[in-house]
Design a protein around this ligand. Structure first.
Ligand code: SAM
Length: 205
């Protein structure tokens, strides 16, 4: 299924490059839900490490790099990663092709901030919990995971993609010592913004 889904996303990005419509999720700037979250806490990277999951064209990764994070962004669509590198030729962000379901072991427990926006919900529902756990495992001791997703009422059937997340599916990110600190239902209930943290001395990954 990952192969099929990566083909679908490649097609979106390739068609945009060939002059078609921009991918429907592409905001063309850092996501306001991330920017607002960062501004409310005066977020400063101070050389810590950040990772952006399913980074697409890289606007969120560039935002975090500007805040002072040593930032990595990855996506399984090579066309998106090539476009991000082209768009920000002087960027300090490390852009890589990688799959949420097959991430380097060396990334486990490495990142002080992990940002996941709309990637898990773009995967088939049967992959949601394993994808959430794979992402949760990347967070360093004392680190934070920010999850942005659109909402699905518990039990509601949707014909994806995308397959928005139910409240129960958000719980899957609270894996191996990562604790859900705050869950907001924002934008008239249409989006989740969830913050999870790992304890300082917790090295479980
Ligand atoms: C709906 S888009 C969201 C892009 C961006 N995070 C945002 O908020 O605008 C989902 C992104 O995740 C990527 N993606 C989907 N499944 C993935 C997987 N298994 N591994 C890595 N990237 C994936 C897609 O290529 C696409 O760029």
């Amino acid at each position: 299924m990952t192969g099929e889904m990566s083909g679908i996303f490649e097609e979106f990005y390739a068609s945009a490059e060939a002059g078609g419509a921009r991918p429907p999720w592409d905001y063309g700037a850092p996501r306001p839900q991330l920017v607002e979250w960062a501004e409310t806490r005066d977020l400063a990277g101070s050389g810590r490490e950040a990772l952006v999951v399913g980074c697409g064209y890289g606007a969120d990764a560039e935002f975090l790099a500007l805040l002072g994070f040593r930032t990595t962004g990855f996506d399984f669509a090579p066309t998106a990663i090539a476009a991000a590198r082209r768009t920000y030729p002087d960027s300090e962000v490390d852009y890589l092709v990688a799959d949420v379901l097959d991430l380097p072991r060396a990334w486990q427990g490495r990142f002080d901030l992990v940002v996941e926006s709309l990637t898990v919900q773009s995967m088939p529902p049967e992959q949601h919990s394993v994808a959430a756990q794979s992402i949760a495992a990347l967070v360093a001791p004392a680190g934070t995971l920010l999850v942005l997703a659109t909402t699905r009422d518990e039990g509601a059937e949707v014909e994806g993609p995308p397959w928005p997340l139910s409240r129960t599916e958000l719980d899957a990110f609270a894996y191996r010592g990562l604790a859900l600190r705050r869950v907001e239902r924002i934008q008239d209930g249409a989006w989740w913004r969830a913050e999870l943290t790992r304890g300082v001395g917790d090295s479980r990954t």
